[in-house]
Design a protein around this ligand. Structure first.
Ligand code: BGC
Length: 522
């Protein structure tokens, strides 16, 4: 009986290569690309709960909020304009990740990262100096374009640079810098909110220039990946680069496989249309469902609106921003756990454990909020211990996300696509992610107003579905070189219907191992 998801490593190829200081530094710099994304996620939730910011740009929301003290708390922040401010960026990111696919494929991963940095820089400038709402919105769009480019190219860059045995850990550097970006933003919001004169939000928004500069300069000094150099026909240069990256001379086997993959990729004229072929069905499914599920964990309800949410359950403005700092710290630390464990325990274990953890916490939070706020959203006096219990379970939930769907939502898609569809499929991944980030950001406050505490049960339902999906449909990808990834589908109980023995054979060698590809259940 074929395995549900396990894959016995060690029967495939083992390319030589070390975790060289060169590759480590390169990956750390590249992972900084996640900072711009994270900084923005953290900053928007904070500024939208700052009274001075609301008063200047969203006076009607400000008035409603002031006047609304005693009515239904679930609906206190419900405003289309306010959510549009947060979520518009994700629509821009969605569009630009599609353009980025072409740039990444034809001109290399570096150029996409560079565009990402420059666009984000321009957006941060406009936002920091914004005098009118249009400057705010154009700025948000530019930030979004930047994020689309960076998120399209950075995960691919990392997965291609890393020696396969450390690919998980190095790739998660991207997620780690997302979480660090969120945390820095949360801390800054906390302090800038205290600035007298109410212009602290300018520093929060303009501060995005710092991570933008890091990735812009970083992209200029980083080397291109060997895969990408080969893709543009410069074989000798690519071989040298591969030697340097792996820290060994004997890179022929890996190099030949990269060239073979590149040849296969060259024959593909329409990578987008190609995605629809039967043999890419598992890839397309993952490119759509993984980011969809990642967003339906409900994580961004916490990331964008933690201060607003904490405010709703009775914390003061300061305490709310402080609680966002606490969840931010949990997010960073738990991501490090994932870096430690992903190449040891595997992706599936983390996905499933994280899923159970999130599910339990969502049920508890729903019960807590339901018990006190009821249906009418009028809790009366809330005891201190109550708020502490809610924050505690939200933290355990964030930890569950941060070592499962957070990092793996970016890692797994970036490592399963064969070169010929990699760029296009990664764009599908980014755009689906942005689309649902947009939707969740856009409808959350409204959903909270209508579904009330049931909102947490709504997301819990999806966590249950995605955990079943992982259990039955996602094969383990730990410890398998990217160019050999085809074999995980061929031996899978379900996907082997779509992927034949002759599909995905880089260098024509993989077939040699087919008799010994033992699988096991995990
Ligand atoms: C997700 C973001 C989320 C962040 C939280 C990322 O992987 O794509 O939407 O806000 O994790 O750490």
């Amino acid at each position: 009986m074929p395995a549900v998801g396990g894959f016995d490593k060690g029967n495939g190829k083992e390319y030589p290569g070390n975790l060289t200081p060169y590759v480590l530094v390169t990956c750390i710099v590249a992972a900084m690309g996640g900072l711009i994304f994270g900084y923005d996620i953290g900053i928007s939730g904070g500024v939208t709960s700052m009274p001075s910011f609301l008063k200047k740009f969203f006076p009607s929301v400000y008035r409603k909020q002031q006047a609304n003290e005693s009515t239904n708390l679930y609906c206190k922040y419900d405003s289309e304009t306010l959510t549009m401010f947060t979520s518009s960026l994700y629509l821009a990111a969605l569009l630009s990740s599609l353009v980025a696919s072409r740039v990444t494929r034809q001109f290399g991963r570096k150029l996409s990262m560079f565009f990402g940095g420059i666009l984000f820089l321009a957006g941060a400038l406009l936002n920091g100096f914004a005098q009118a709402i249009w400057m705010l919105i154009v700025g948000r769009l530019l930030l979004g374009f930047g994020i689309g480019f960076a998120n399209q190219s950075v995960p691919l860059y990392l997965s291609e640079m890393a020696p396969y045995r450390f690919r998980g850990a190095l790739n998660i550097g991207f997620q780690l810098s997302i979480t660090v970006g969120i945390l820095i933003a949360n801390v800054l919001n906390y302090f800038f909110n205290k600035i007298h004169g109410g212009w602290g939000w300018r520093l929060s928004l303009g501060g995005a220039m710092v991570p933008a500069l890091i990735i812009t300069v970083g992209s200029m000094i980083l080397p291109d990946t060997p895969n990408s150099i080969i893709e543009r026909g410069r074989h000798e240069e690519a071989r040298e680069e591969l030697r340097k990256v792996r820290g060994v001379n004997d890179v022929e086997e890996e190099f030949n496989d990269l060239v073979a993959a590149s040849e296969a990729s060259r024959q593909v004229e329409h990578p987008w249309k190609n995605l629809l072929q039967k043999k890419y069905r598992p890839h397309l499914t993952m490119a759509v469902l993984i980011p969809f599920f990642q967003q339906f964990t409900g994580i961004n309800v916490i990331m964008f609106y933690a201060p607003v949410l904490f405010n709703t359950i009775g914390f003061g403005s300061d305490a709310s921003l402080m609680s966002a700092v606490i969840t931010g710290i949990v997010n960073v630390v738990a991501t490090m756990v994932s870096i430690y464990g992903v190449d040891k325990w595997g992706r599936r274990f983390l996905f499933l454990e994280g899923g159970v953890q999130m599910l339990i916490c969502q049920a508890v939070v729903a019960a807590c909020i339901g018990a006190k706020f009821g249906i009418d959203g009028n809790p009366g006096e809330l005891p201190k211990w109550y708020a502490i219990v809610v924050v505690l379970f939200i933290c355990i939930y964030v930890a569950g996300f941060a070592w499962s769907w957070g990092p793996l939502g970016w890692l797994v898609p970036s490592e399963i696509f064969p070169l010929e569809i990699r760029s296009a499929a990664q764009s599908v991944n980014v755009s689906v992610n942005m689309l649902f980030t947009f939707l969740v950001a856009q409808v959350f406050l409204n959903m909270l107003c209508h579904l009330k505490f049931g909102l947490f049960l709504f997301f819990a339902f999806f966590v249950l579905v995605m955990s079943f999906f992982v259990y039955f449909f996602l094969p383990e990808t730990k410890g398998i070189p990217i160019e050999e990834m085809g074999r995980v589908w061929k031996t899978h109980w379900f996907w082997s219907r779509y992927v034949g023995e002759d599909d995905f054979v880089p260098g024509g060698n993989v077939e040699m191992h087919k008799g010994s590809n033992a699988t096991k259940n995990v």
